[in-house]
Design a protein around this ligand. Structure first.
Ligand code: RFL
Ligand code: PHB
Length: 392
């Protein structure tokens, strides 16, 4: 088998890259470890920056998000039992974010890929990336039938997430990793009930810990509460979850929460991570393969999209104009945006969660910062411009 760009991973990064390259006439094959159904079943992100929505349109999959995505013009912060609204739209000169599930985005991209007849190898086993430090990179894997396959290519795009094979195949000495693990997790529940706050995500900081009210549609809600790191999903009945969520919100909002059976419930650890650089010869990392943010700022999927924008433009420049300037700048360009989002996600996580070792002094500082944020236009503007996403 031969292609121009071999893409490892059919998550949002890989699918979006494949579609943008295809639009530019660049051949690509995606090699994915899981089945398509498994990839679609993962419940993750829900908030898209305008940059991401625009990129979906550029990739030819913008119609449904345009139609069904729900615009959010503000966010709400609950602390000390009171809710405050931050007018993100007004503070950023008219920018907004869009509520649209990662599952929907993935579905749109998969459908477009199938319609274009592009090759995706699902359920590939023992995927190995080789020769990327030379002129002839290749990908080896076992197909569903157990037969070994070799895919020759010009470039490999490592879009295979945090636990993927691409970053792990780079020699240790060529890589520098930065990591921070937070001492808690998020318990998330998806339920077919109307969202308590359909036009603004609610971020709560209470004595009992962080909470988040989000949504997937007008009939499907996504809620989270901060849990201890070693907490187990089995310890959380639906009733316990709803009770805990309500106790972390202001009384008026708590009263409005509509409960129902969970259709998904899981605990995610919180981590900040960056690997530098994002390019090794003919291997380019994009999305979670290169960096992780805690979900507090809703930046993970959006960073994957901006990496893909930089990478697809650079590859298009390579094939159309025979210039490698974009490829040479890829890592530095992507990392500049990544680190700003890392800072924002770390900051919002620090501001909104209860840490086991904060102490009284630290708690007073957190209270003061929250007060400053909702009392100062300058402070609220800094939050708003990061929340809607910094320019590419
Ligand atoms: P993915 O989605 O992990 O996809 C990687 C794909 O690679 C495959 N793979 C392999 N394939 C072949 N060979 C191998 N050896 C392979 N190893 C792995 C995997 O099966 C998978 O299909 O990475 P990608 O594409 O970079 O996309 C990143 C996003 O998924 C991620 O950043 C977001 O989900 C993060 N995130 C959020 N981001 C936002 O922008 N807004 C949000 O509101 C938001 N909320 C969240 C989130 C992540 C969460 N969790 C559970 C981590 C909320 C949560 C709870
Ligand atoms: C979500 O809807 O899953 C979501 C929303 C906002 C966040 C994180 C996750 O900050």
């Amino acid at each position: 088998m031969r292609t121009q760009v071999a893409i490892i991973g059919a998550g949002p990064s890989g699918l979006l890259l494949g579609q943008l390259l295809h639009q530019a006439g660049i051949a690509n094959v995606i090699v994915e470890r899981q089945s398509g159904a498994y990839v679609l079943g993962r419940i993750r992100a829900g908030i898209l920056e305008q940059v991401t929505v625009d990129l979906m349109a550029e990739a030819g999959v913008g119609a449904r998000v345009q139609r069904e995505g729900i615009a959010h013009h503000s966010i709400e912060l609950v602390f000390q039992g009171t809710r405050h609204s931050i007018d993100v739209h007004g503070l950023t000169g008219g920018k907004q974010v869009t509520a649209y599930g990662q599952t929907e985005l993935t579905h749109d991209l998969m459908e477009a890929r199938a319609a274009a007849g592009l090759e995706t190898v699902y359920e590939a086993a023992d995927v190995a990336v080789q020769g990327f430090d030379g002129e002839r990179p290749q990908v080896r894997f076992k197909g569903k039938d157990g037969r070994e396959q070799v895919l020759q290519c010009d470039f490999i795009a490592g879009c295979d997430g945090f636990h993927g094979v691409c970053r792990a195949s780079v020699p240790r000495r060529a890589l520098r990793e930065y990591e921070k693990v937070y001492p808690f997790g998020w318990l998330g529940v998806l339920a077919d009930v109307p969202p308590v706050s359909p036009h603004a995500i609610v971020y709560g900081n209470s004595e009992r810990g962080f909470s988040l009210c989000s949504m997937r549609s007008m009939t499907r809600s996504r809620y989270y509460v901060q849990t201890a790191m070693d907490d187990k999903v089995e310890a959380w009945s639906d009733q316990r979850f709803w009770d805990e969520l309500r106790r972390r919100l202001d009384p008026e909002l708590a009263d409005r929460v509509v409960t129902g059976p969970s259709i998904e419930k899981s605990i995610a650890p919180l981590r900040s991570f960056v690997a530098e650089p994002m390019r090794f010869g003919r291997l380019f990392l994009a999305g979670d393969a290169a960096h992780i943010v805690p979900p507090t700022g809703a930046k993970g999927l959006n960073l994957a999209a901006s990496d893909v924008k930089y990478l697809s433009s650079a590859l298009i420049e390579h094939y159309r104009e025979h210039s490698d300037a974009g490829l040479d700048q890829y890592s530095a360009r992507a990392l500049a945006r990544v680190w700003k989002a890392e800072r924002f996600s770390w900051w919002l996580t620090s501001l909104m969660h209860r840490f086991p070792d904060t102490g009284d002094f630290g708690q007073r500082l957190q209270d003061a910062e929250l007060g400053y944020l909702v009392g100062s236009r300058a402070a609220a503007t800094a939050l708003a411009e990061n929340y809607v996403g910094l320019p590419l």
